[in-house]
Write a protein that binds this ligand. Structure first.
Ligand code: ZN
Length: 440
């Protein structure tokens, strides 16, 4: 009975109590779980670097992890209660002292997963981290599926009923997703097809796809306010409002780079936008500065040669550190993408981004003081899609108590979203999207 090796934790725990703790036994400081459809992450934060080995056991699916140099403590045991019943991948976790000096975690899984197990050195407010990322073996492509079903057009706002959330849509689509692997070409064709829709008068209109990127998420809280509000929560809330308002337009649909509280690496955000052939990329942030008096909204675009101010450079560096704090498996991370994007000429993208940025900044200026009267430029990693006009909006300073209060206010969030919608519409009025088809 293999359960016994794990579940006789009680007995071995007694043993580990009677054995004097070695001076170098590592301590688990915190455990965190971030369930999401993209992947579920489990983080063990420790006072030292931990060595872990893992293997998969079938029938039923389990992932077994042995961590060396560790004794069970209540923090680690609290992991058991942190697995939610609606976690897409983990059914439950069992924790036990497998043998002196080795703790074993057994993740009972809901489906086959592709695990990534890696460690991160101290970063931000975190000490050493041991990370388990559980990815689906066949990653669902919700966007392609939504396009195929015609659910992703944003053109059938018939009743007052709210549109299903992306998660609900995904739930409905799950049987389809498992049916057959979709070929790249088929997806591309569907994407091209889905770029036009008949309007009320039967006239074909070009669908505009906007990638909305709520900054941070999961392990990366972003900036935080005096009263404890977190950037990652505020920007997700604003992005969801903005999505609904944009999709009220007849020919706009929106892809959120994240729709929950989990971390998406910066390069993956760009990737997601390129996969849906987004016409625009809009990243939403609410940043902080050392002086609480700093205030006002700003809009940033990419810079080809250096930042327009030292404050802009400082901010870009800070935003670019998201991958370090959010936690990316460097071994698996596609480093190539970043360098390819850097090498391509970005002049045209920056020109378009400036136009979009000015239009949006002008509208935001009507509802909040502007930090600076012009669009600024710096090397933000998330703005590096070579073919998509991209802006990053710092909605306000979360570090300024007055602005923190506004950011938490529903009516302010709505006004802000309305201003961004108007800015985007003004941009498209002057710069109509061209027909595009990657197949030709
Ligand atoms: Zn930010």
């Amino acid at each position: 009975m293999s359960r016994r090796t794990v579940l006789k934790a009680g007995a071995t725990l007694l043993l580990s109590v009677t054995v004097p703790l070695r001076a170098n036994a590592a301590q688990i400081l915190a455990v965190r779980v971030w369930p999401a459809d993209d992947y579920t992450r489990v983080t063990l934060e420790n006072d030292s670097d931990l060595k872990a080995t893992h293997f998969i056991v079938k029938d039923p699916e389990r992932m077994v992890v042995d961590i060396e140099g560790l004794d069970l403590n209540p923090t680690l045991k609290s992991l058991v209660a942190k697995i939610q019943s609606n976690d897409p991948y983990i059914k439950q976790v069992r924790v036990g002292q497998n043998r002196p000096n080795v703790v074993r975690l057994v993740f009972d899984l809901k489906e086959e997963v592709k695990p990534q197990v890696f460690t991160l050195p101290p970063a931000g407010n975190y000490k050493h981290r041991l990370i388990f990322d559980l990815y689906p073996v066949k990653p669902a492509d919700p966007i392609a599926a939504m396009i195929e079903k015609g659910d992703w057009s944003g053109d059938d706002k018939t009743a007052a009923a709210p549109p299903p959330s992306p998660k609900e849509q995904l739930e409905q689509l799950k049987p389809d997703l498992k049916a057959e692997p979709r070929e790249e070409l088929k997806t591309e064709l569907k994407t091209a097809e889905a770029q036009t829709r008949a309007d009320k008068n039967g006239k074909m209109v070009r669908m505009i796809t906007i990638a909305l990127d709520p900054g941070h998420g999961g392990e990366d809280p972003g900036a935080s306010g005096k009263n404890g509000s977190r950037e990652k929560d505020i920007v997700l809330s604003i992005a969801k409002r903005l999505k609904a308002k944009l999709e009220d337009q007849p020919n706009i649909r929106v892809m959120l780079t994240r729709d929950g509280d989990y971390f998406v690496p910066l390069g993956t955000r760009v990737d997601k936008a390129r996969k849906v052939q987004a016409d625009l990329f809009v990243s939403i942030h609410a940043d902080a500065f050392v002086q609480p008096t700093a205030r006002g909204s700003s809009v940033f675009v990419l810079s080809e040669k250096g930042a327009t101010s030292s404050a802009a450079r400082w901010l870009a560096d800070k935003e670019n550190s998201a991958d370090t704090i959010g936690g990316v498996n460097v071994k698996n991370h596609d480093r190539q993408l970043a360098s390819v994007l850097l090498d391509l000429s970005t002049t045209a993208q920056i020109n378009d981004s400036m136009k979009l940025g000015r239009s949006v900044l002008g509208e935001i200026g009507g509802i909040n003081r502007l930090h600076k009267g012009s669009v600024e430029q710096a090397g933000f990693a998330v703005l590096k899609a070579p073919d998509i006009p991209s802006i990053l909006i710092e909605t306000a300073f979360i570090s300024n108590p007055e602005e923190e209060a506004r950011l938490l206010d529903d009516s302010y969030q709505n006004k802000l979203a309305d201003a961004i919608v108007t800015g985007i519409r003004r941009y498209f009025a002057k710069n109509p999207p061209l027909a595009k088809n990657r197949l030709t």
